[in-house]
Design a protein around this ligand. Structure first.
Ligand code: HEC
Length: 177
């Protein structure tokens, strides 16, 4: 191979290399690789939109449901969901939360011998049915800063049952609304 032929060959290799590099750069400018920000696959958790109402949705009054509420079912729910922190019998001990005998109609945070939070005690007036409804639906929303670490009972019917049970924890239960 004479010198000129060698130069031509070398130039060809060089040009091929440059074209290869430039095309790589151009290609990456033209085709922008996109990474996914969200998973394309949606995992169906089974929760329908109706099961999670918007935050602002006003709470329907509990009074109409109390008339047909089931006190025994309320007690069963309370034993399952509240008894880790509360007792219900007259003179029962306070636990993580106060004894709940006689709570309906009593002042917020008025359970004797229990060190209620300032947030709970700061809520004016006695516990009535609608307030108890809002509290049990979502404690953190009804009294921000309360110490009751309980997410809430979402089912309206079950809440009515529990409230009717709380009402029964008294020598003379509060009149029904
Ligand atoms: C993880 C523990 C825990 C669970 C579970 C729990 N509570 Fe409570 N509850 C508390 C605590 C703690 C307080 C006191 C809150 C404060 O002082 O801010 C409280 C306060 C209350 C009060 C207010 C008492 C008063 O003197 O004003 C009511 C009513 C009540 N709980 C009902 C219930 C019911 C009904 C359930 C079940 C559906 C329940 N709680 C589940 C811990 C709990």
């Amino acid at each position: 191979m004479d010198n000129l032929e060698f130069n031509k060959a070398a130039a060809a290799v060089l040009v091929a290399g440059i074209v290869f590099m430039v095309s790589g750069v151009v290609a990456s400018m033209v085709v922008k690789p996109q990474t996914l920000h969200h998973s394309v696959l949606k995992i169906d958790t089974g929760a329908s939109p109706a099961a999670a109402p918007a935050k602002e949705e006003p709470l329907a009054p509990i009074a109409p449901l109390l008339a047909s509420a089931d006190v025994a079912n309320g007690e069963a729910i309370a034993r399952r969901q509240c008894a880790a922190c509360h007792t219900f019998n007259e003179g029962g001990r306070n636990g993580v939360g106060p004894n709940l005998y006689g709570v309906m109609g009593r002042a917020h945070g008025g359970s004797p011998g229990f060190n209620s939070s300032a947030a709970l005690k700061g809520k004016p007036g006695p516990w009535n049915y609608e307030e108890m409804n809002a509290w049990l639906k979502k404690p953190a929303a009804y009294i921000p800063g309360s110490r009751m670490a309980y997410a809430g009972l979402n089912n309206d019917k079950q809440r009515a049952d529990v409230i009717l049970y709380l009402r029964s924890l008294a020598a003379t239960p509060l009149p029904l609304p």
